[in-house]
Design a protein around this ligand. Structure first.
Ligand SMILES: N=c1c2ncn([C@@H]3O[C@H](COP(=O)(O)OP(=O)(O)OP(=O)(O)O)[C@@H](O)[C@H]3O)c2ncn1[C@@H]1O[C@H](COP(=O)(O)O)[C@@H](O)[C@H]1O
Length: 93
């Protein structure tokens, strides 16, 4: 497996978003997304999943990877919105 330096992992992003939720910094899109509630968070997951699908069929590898990153972000926002931890999910992997 390739190892990338200065690249955020899934776990690191989750820790960062949890910290945003805790400290609520001014101007954070994550704080706004959390405040919008689970319904809005779920819609974003679905929207990004659709964009991943379209990119997979019609766009470049780079665009697909970018859309996948946004889907992962939206899933994490939903996890935080519902209070689901990484461990809660990993136990099913
Ligand atoms: N990884 C992400 C990330 N991926 C996607 N997005 C958000 O999702 C948007 C893209 O999704 P959409 O296609 O829905 O774009 P959009 O409809 O124009 O966006 P909105 O108007 O709905 O915000 C981006 O413009 C970001 O607002 C992200 N926002 C934040 N992060 C990371 O989360 C961390 C905390 O970010 P802040 O809360 O903004 O400080 C940082 O490390 C960021 O890099």
């Amino acid at each position: 497996m390739e190892v990338f330096e200065d690249v955020k992992t899934f776990d690191e992003l989750y820790a960062e978003l949890a910290e945003r939720a805790r400290t609520r910094p001014e101007g954070s899109g994550t704080v706004a997304a959390l405040d919008a509630g689970v319904h809005a968070q779920g819609k974003k997951v679905l929207e990004e999943a659709g964009e991943v699908w379209i990119a997979a069929e019609h766009e470049s590898d780079e665009r697909l990877a970018e859309e996948i990153s946004q889907l992962l972000y939206r899933v994490q926002v939903l996890m935080l919105g519902r209070g689901v931890s990484l461990e809660d999910v990993y136990r099913y992997l």
